[in-house]
Design a protein around this ligand. Sequence first.
Ligand code: GZL
Length: 326
Amino acid sequence: MSKHPRYSLTLLCLALLALLCGCTAPVPVEEPYKEAIVVGFSQVGAESDWRNANTLSMQQAFSASNGYRLIFDDAQQKQEKQITAIRNFIHQGVDYIVLAPTTEKGWDTVLAEAKAAGIPVIIVDRMIEAENDSLFTCWIGSDFLGEGRNAVRWMDSHLEDRPLRIVHLQGNIGSSAQIGRTAGLNEGLSTHPEWELVYRASGDFTQAKGQELVEAVLTQGIDFNVIFSENDNMTYGAIDALKNAGLTPGKDVTIISFDASRHALELVMSGEISYDVECNPLHGPRVENIIQRLESGLESPKLTYVEESAFDAATITPGLLESRGY
Ligand code: GZL
């Protein structure tokens, strides 16, 4: 109660007056109760900045305030954990299953179980190989071969004046991102006899493994002048290894990378990364739109490729950096 008795008396009179003339606070009109849509999301893991941005995008899209209950599972990059998660989603009777698959193969059995349970499955990011495409409702993700070809076109037009000795850091073997980006480089190697692949190994898209691989290359005394790294986190590890060996990334070694996350684009501006091919992780709103369409009985295209770009020192600006969503 207020410390000033006169103030309280005034308040009391106003309240009485409001009551007498029937003025009462507006009673909120009850929204008709709507069950939350339950979405089971099996995510690859938390191996990279890209993956964390993808997770955040999905969590923001499938929020309670948007009318969803999200059941999230992090598979720590293991397909068997994803299969278990999908079976749990089926057991819980979710309305939709969203799968960001670790690898392309090995999904037919569990997707047939989801189909038998009448639960639509939306595939995001990487692609799967399915015995028939009725096992999933639709897919939304990137053109990984196109990303690899984009990098090779840049190498062809910017590095054509010298023989290339390429260290290739691959992502998780068997993932669409690795398959497509590697295929792009292999096409480049087959059409450029002056390009030599001097080392190839998988860094599992992680920074630690990326650093480990480049340290091994340096220890073995392999002569190289280009690193083709299939994601930014492996690139960060590679840069640490180069610097620890007294080498200058962007000067002694040209680095091509993928994902184009904000920190990587800062390194493009500083010249440490020469070219970074975008891979857009912000799938949340797109998948949510698909589910809203399905809820309204509308179809969605079977395959949707997201728009993506690429950046080098000539195209990156402070304004563009500021505008990046991840
Ligand atoms: C690409 C995605 C890859 C990213 C990596 O769509 O699957 O997985 O390029 C991530 O950063 O780990």
